[in-house]
Ligand binder design. Structure first.
Ligand code: PLP
Length: 275
């Protein structure tokens, strides 16, 4: 479903994700990013996390059918130009999401295979990893793992730039159309990501900006890519747009609370709104 470029109304995008009470990651990050990328954002909440800048102290899952109903409600009335997943929490929620996304042909479909927070707090039940591999990733237009998620999903340990190609191949074998392996955690001067469609590799690099305040960075990148797809861009163009957005947001990040602050979703909002 691609929104016609002639429309006077903003394109629409849906996040299927967990709520972050601290507002830096999850569905909140996705909705702020959609706004900053001039896309009307919608949400199907999967779980409510209890978290602040110090970490996640608990989460409460919604019933799988409640997640499916939220997706169906917005798809059948408003229309979804592109969708993304974040925290899917359990195998049962994944099964419901996969069934609904397939039945309603929700596409493009970006999968951010969230497993844990930056503090290392789990956001996925241990039994859900198999479902992520078997029922969610094969539906993806694009899957966007970081190096920790690559290791969990494929067993490939990425230590060098060359290992990233092997990781991308191993992930592509799970069935998505495109894979973006994010090398941000490698100790190089540049943050290099590898985009792979099963045939050729595109290397995307950006200067590394050193800050501990990167809470929500993975969600924000995937949401900006989803916004680009909702606007009708192809995958490489949407990923380039996403990289540009996350670079600005990381440079615009700020401390908040006593722990890890969020990336700045409003870095492109230059004017102070009038009263
Ligand atoms: N909370 C929720 C609901 C999330 O979806 C995510 C990541 O996707 C996080 C927390 C973790 O964000 P980070 O890894 O940036 O701390």
């Amino acid at each position: 479903m691609t929104v016609p470029p002639t429309s006077n109304y903003p394109p629409t995008a849906l996040t299927i994700a967990g709520s972050d009470s601290g507002g830096g990651a999850g569905a909140q990050a996705d909705l702020k990013t959609f706004l900053a990328c001039h896309v009307h954002g919608m949400s199907a909440i999967t779980a409510v996390t209890v978290q602040n800048s110090l970490g996640v102290t608990g989460f409460y899952e919604l019933a799988p059918h409640a997640v499916a109903e939220q997706i169906e409600s917005v798809v059948t009335d408003i229309g979804v130009g592109a969708a993304k997943t974040g925290m899917l929490a359990s195998a049962a929620i994944m099964a419901a999401v996969a069934q609904t996304v397939q039945r309603l042909r929700v596409y493009p479909f970006v999968v951010d295979p969230v497993a844990a927070s930056q503090h290392g707090d789990p956001l996925l039940r241990p039994d859900a990893l198999d479902a992520l591999r078997a029922v969610i990733i094969p539906l993806a237009t694009l899957v966007t793992p970081n190096l920790g998620e690559v290791k969990l999903l494929t067993g490939v340990e990425v230590r060098t730039r060359a290992d990233m190609d092997d990781a991308a191949r191993a992930l592509h074998a799970l069935g998505p159309q495109w894979v973006l392996v994010k090398g941000g955690h490698l100790a190089d001067a540049e943050a290099v990501d590898v985009l792979f469609d099963g045939t050729s590799f595109i290397e995307l690099s950006a200067p590394r900006f050193d800050t501990p305040h990167t809470h929500g960075s993975g969600d924000t990148l995937a949401a900006a890519i989803t916004a680009g797809l909702a606007r009708g861009l192809d995958v490489p163009a949407a990923v380039r747009l996403g990289k540009k957005f996350i670079s600005g947001a990381v440079q615009g990040s700020f401390p908040l609370g006593a722990g890890l602050g969020p990336v700045g979703h409003f870095w492109r909002v230059k004017e102070w709104p009038d009263d």
